[in-house]
Design a protein around this ligand. Structure first.
Ligand code: NZQ
Ligand code: ZN
Length: 394
């Protein structure tokens, strides 16, 4: 049966070539006085995007201050800097220009600037914010879906703790989605983004709910679309339509659509990956690809039919008379796909080689960060299971 749900997507989307020219107008519509223009390590400056965005803000008569320097796996120290800057300058709107890391950093600054106390408390689950500064995004990397999601993931340098906080009050007011902006990405980031998009759908797809006709159908279409176009982008990185399909899939994969009517999904791979990202600073999507196969083989027996449906409907596995063999063939086929777009399917291929004590450390941190100490719904995983999956992924 389809479960009751609330679907909340307040983000206005401006999609298409040249869409960043609308940024000034979109900000102006929000009725703000002063904007924080937040960006990353340099790609947006080098590509000329920041100049165009600044021009658009100036044309709309919007005043702004700037804070660049967001790094992948964005750091808490820059969030604190951004909060101070917002308070000093009377900022009342944040414009994030970049990938998921910049948008996540903007959300954290938004929470911190709109509330008293330490913003990290929210990420540790100690309290909840009552407000967030409104924000908008000009997206340069199709991956996280942060441009429409309620999620923000920040890394605290001390203890290398990477933690997420989800709250609808941080959903961006608007997202500027110009597929051309992603053409300057290195192939590795494009592929890593495609994996992340797929995983946002798959985390919701592998669940304990019954099959849902429409939600499952949307998920199948999303996954097939991303696989087809990720392969095209490997050959033709400047293919506009392929960039556009992937970009739209990225936003739809994490705005809640593919979770409508189910139990919300599993998310164990994300939790396992966040520990890898915290400790080794790896690209998020690549980290997901490296652990997915080991997770899937560890849990599939708890939902054999679901894995078999995935094999048939997404991976086009034909030999499906025996559900278990079919499920395993689907897992192998997805790993083959990851390899075909040069994504890792093991930790070694990811470029990390954790020692036994590092595996135990990641599993302990992962369990400590989870309510009740377990992650996942397909098969709830305790700390020993997490360590076993890391070991199997070596
Ligand atoms: O900093 P710059 O110079 O811009 O370089 C970035 C960065 O090095 C570069 N880049 C971005 N757009 C580019 C570009 N290079 C050339 N051309 C462009 N157009 O790409 C590198 C990676 O950027 P980053 O923003 O870190 O990547 P992504 O968008 O994959 O974000 C990853 C972060 O988001 C979190 C991840 O855990 C990770 O911390 N996630 C956030 C989610 C959310 N808020 O909803 C959900 C996800 O599951 C995820 O956990
Ligand atoms: Zn993700």
């Amino acid at each position: 049966m389809i479960r009751n749900f609330t679907y909340y997507t307040p983000t206005k989307v401006a999609f298409g070539a040249g869409a960043e020219a609308k940024t000034g107008r979109l900000v102006k519509e929000q009725g703000c006085r002063k904007v924080l223009l937040h960006y990353g390590g340099g790609s947006a400056r080098r590509s000329g995007l920041l100049d165009r965005v600044e021009q658009s803000l100036a044309q709309a008569g919007v005043e702004y201050v700037q804070l660049g320097g967001v790094v992948p796996n964005p750091r808490l120290s820059l969030v604190y800097e951004g909060i101070d800057l917002c308070r000093r300058e009377g900022v009342d709107f944040i414009l994030a220009v970049g990938g998921g890391s910049v948008i996540d950093s903007a959300k954290a600054i938004g929470y911190g600037a709109a509330n008293e106390g330490d913003v990290w408390d929210y990420y540790m689950g100690l309290r909840k914010p009552s407000a967030c500064l409104p924000l908008g995004a000009v997206l340069t990397l199709s991956a996280t879906g942060s441009e429409m999601s309620n999620s923000s993931v920040i890394t605290k340098e001390e203890g290398l703790l990477k933690r997420a906080y989800n709250d609808d009050i941080s959903r961006p007011k608007f997202a500027v989605l110009n597929p051309e902006l992603t053409m300057t990405l290195p192939p590795y980031q494009t592929a890593s983004g495609c994996v992340d998009i797929m995983m946002h759908t798959m985390e919701r797809y592998f669940n304990q709910s019954e099959n849902l006709e429409l939600t499952d159908g949307i998920s199948h279409a999303l996954l097939k679309t991303v696989m087809k176009n990720a392969a095209i982008l490997l050959e033709r990185p400047e293919d506009y339509n392929a960039r556009a399909e992937v970009m739209w899939a990225g936003s739809l994969s994490h705005n809640g659509l593919t979770g409508c009517g189910n139990d919300g999904g599993d998310w164990a791979c994300h939790k396992l990956e966040h520990e890898l990202g915290g400790l080794y600073d790896v690209a998020h999507g690549a980290g997901l690809a490296a652990v997915w196969g080991s997770w899937a083989r560890y849990v599939y027996k708890a939902r054999v039919e679901r894995f078999a449906q995935f094999a048939r409907c997404v991976m086009d596995v034909d030999a499906c008379d025996d559900p278990e063999a079919c499920a395993l063939a689907g897992i192998a086929a997805l790993e083959d796909f990851f390899r075909s777009i040069q994504m890792p399917t093991s930790l070694r291929e990811l470029g990390v080689n954790p020692t036994e004590s590092e595996i135990e450390e990641m599993a302990a941190k992962c369990a400590a960060g989870a309510p009740g100490g377990t992650v996942g719904v397909v098969r709830p995983l305790e700390q020993a299971d997490m360590a076993a999956i890391y070991r199997a992924a070596l």
